[in-house]
Ligand binder design. Structure first.
Ligand code: 6PG
Length: 258
């Protein structure tokens, strides 16, 4: 049974699901509704995918559950970040989502806007910024995506905005290079300002390893200043946290949320 810790209209809605299966049902019902509204309105839908394992699991589930034969030319896909590796590398966020779901849907190739991890990072960050200025609706001088999916790392990072690079929270750069603080892996990431310019942000978190960081990030009264995920806060949009019971075990009813 889903339990929802939903605060006042200014606070993010945190929904705690029994498990990933229940989360996947709710997630895809939400996507179905979003896509249906775009199709009925005859407009494109611009969706930013997250890296990491949580969304991958959800899209693998979708591919196994859903009838995917439909007209997908309304949909444009982007990535919030990418590892600087070629698409066939098992570390590639694009490569993993392509294998999980993209290869099963008839989406026009020109609508799949991957970050080319095989390119020189600085050159690619500039190229991708150009893509983000070209396709989605622009607002505040930034791309305004219909939906941005995010994960959260145990250190509080999101996309590839890490705690040791908080300048990426304030930059007006749309897209830039980053370095994973532990592995040293080069990354390309969109900025927090781009993320927070979205109409809807859904943060996906599952597993007990995320319980402590969620407690820190979502609580308002002890807002640590060095956790990038604490700064996920759409300026003119909706923030949802889709959390499984294990990840949400330290979130209790009545907690104050930012
Ligand atoms: C990446 C992601 C990263 C991810 C978190 C959570 O490229 O790794 O963008 O921000 O979302 O690390 O990853 P999990 O879903 O695997 O826990």
């Amino acid at each position: 049974m889903m339990e929802s810790i939903v605060n006042s209209e200014n606070h993010p809605g945190v929904t705690i699901f029994r498990d990933l299966d229940e989360m996947s049902v709710a997630f895809f019902d939400f996507l179905d509704d979003e896509f249906h509204k775009a199709i009925v309105a005859g407009r494109s839908y611009h969706l930013v995918l997250s890296g990491g394992s949580t969304p991958l699991w959800l899209f693998q589930k979708l591919a196994s559950l859903k009838h995917l034969k439909m007209n997908w030319d309304f949909l444009h896909l982007y990535w919030g970040d990418e590892r600087c590796v070629p698409p066939e590398d098992p570390q590639s966020n694009f490569g993993n989502i392509w294998s999980a779901i993209i290869r099963y849907i008839d989406i026009p190739e020109e609508n799949v806007h991957r970050i080319m991890g095989e390119n020189d990072p600085d050159t690619e960050a500039s190229r991708y910024a150009g893509i983000l200025k070209k396709y989605p609706v622009q607002e505040n001088g930034m791309p305004r995506f219909d939906l941005v999916l995010l994960g959260v790392g145990e250190d509080g990072h999101t996309a590839s905005i890490f705690p040791d690079a908080l300048h990426m929270l304030e930059t007006d750069e749309i897209c830039y290079t980053a370095i994973h603080p532990e592995s040293g892996q080069k990354r390309i990431s969109v900025s927090m300002k781009v993320i927070n310019n979205a109409k809807i942000i859904i943060v996906l978190a599952a597993g007990s390893s995320k319980a402590e960081i969620l407690r820190k990030v979502i609580q308002k009264n002890k807002k640590p200043e060095n956790l990038p995920a604490s700064f996920i806060n759409p300026s003119n949009g909706t923030l949802k946290w889709f959390v499984d019971k294990k990840a949400g075990k330290k979130l209790k009813h009545g907690m104050s949320f930012f």
